[in-house]
Design a protein around this ligand. Structure first.
Ligand code: PEP
Ligand code: MG
Length: 323
């Protein structure tokens, strides 16, 4: 099967009815771009930048990577993708991605998934956030970078984030540093965000659906808690409805939308997502060829009505295996 799949590596991902589909890679380190290119990814849909900050030697914990170190890392990722776009997500630490040292706050254990993580953490430490933003904007002078913000829910957070991005640009201008343009995107991974898409689309160029957290927060299932793992259900009708509406609203407004959670790399969901109108999937590079095979076999004109039926179904998981 692997050998057969590898023949698909250089084949464009186009459906039977001629729809082009972007299959992108999720990466955690700049060096992961090697595997992404090998797998035939047409870009990076999610660079989880927190991995640059995590697992550092104990003596380094007090010092997060400085601007230059981050700039070099983002630039290596851009160079590694050889002109293809790279979506860099700003730091998402906290909860399932502990950073140690920085997080020894008294309230840390209360409920980390609902606590100070991702953009909340960045907005609580603007100097740290600005350092990352400057590094990303500088790397954008060398290739196409899309800047992606995790875990937004409130319009106040959106506004603060955008003004910090402007401020980072102004800081670079003031010191005469070269920087480039970025497309701005938001992760849709909190139900509140999926239910206020108009606000998000007013401020952002594209959206990326983080199903891992969207499932966690929609179903109130801690994604890291084994004792409730059997209830962590990507096919729950409520989850599918939020995913479907996000895709549909972006398409109505002509904005880019992709899925970068595990659902994007799970072949069980490929046809459903295509039927819902998704044309951009970002996943672990090891999944790209298997998903491409599903894309090559799919006829989206036939999948649309079926996808709506699955959405309406009481038990979508059963509908997905049956067909
Ligand atoms: C997600 O939540 O689906 C996602 C892609 O981000 P992460 O898994 O890094 O939280
Ligand atoms: Mg997430």
């Amino acid at each position: 099967e692997r050998g057969r799949l590898s023949r698909l590596r250089h084949k464009p991902a186009v459906t039977l009815d001629g729809q082009r589909v972007d299959l992108l890679a999720n990466i955690e380190m700049p060096e992961d771009t090697i595997g992404a290119v090998k797998a035939g990814a047409v870009g990076v849909g999610l660079f989880r930048s927190e991995f640059l900050f995590m697992g550092r030697e104990a003596h380094n914990l007090a010092r997060l990577p400085d601007e230059e170190e981050q700039y070099q890392a983002y630039r290596r990722a851009v160079d590694g993708m050889k002109g293809m776009p790279v979506t860099i997500r700003t730091i998402d630490v906290g909860a399932d991605k502990p950073l140690d040292g920085k997080q020894q706050r008294e309230d840390y254990h209360l409920n980390p998934a609902l606590g100070l993580r991702a953009i909340r953490w960045s907005l609580a430490d603007p100097a740290m956030f600005l350092t990352q933003l400057r590094a990303i904007l500088r790397a954008a002078a060398h290739g196409e970078i899309h800047l992606l913000i995790p875990m937004l829910a409130h319009v106040s957070e959106i506004r603060q984030t955008l003004s910090l991005i402007d401020f980072a640009r102004a800081e670079l201008d003031n010191r005469g540093a070269v920087h480039g343009n970025v497309k701005l995107g938001a992760m849709i991974e909190i139900p509140a965000a999926a239910l206020t898409l108009k606000t998000f689309l007013k401020y952002f160029d594209f959206l990326s659906i983080g199903t891992n957290d969207l499932i966690q927060y929609t179903l109130a299932i801690d994604r890291a808690d084994e004792s409730v793992a059997h209830l962590y259900d990507p096919a729950h009708p409520a989850v599918l409805r939020l995913v479907a509406e996000t895709i549909a609203e972006c398409r109505r407004q002509g904005k880019g939308v992709s899925v970068c959670g595990e659902m994007a790399g799970d072949v069980v969901f490929t046809r459903l997502l295509l039927g819902l109108g998704l044309r951009s999937f970002s996943m672990h590079p090891s999944q790209i060829l298997a998903v491409k095979q599903e894309v090559l076999r799919a006829d989206t004109s036939k999948l649309e009505a079926w996808a709506q039926e699955v959405l309406e179904s009481e038990n979508p998981a059963a509908a997905l295996v049956r067909t």
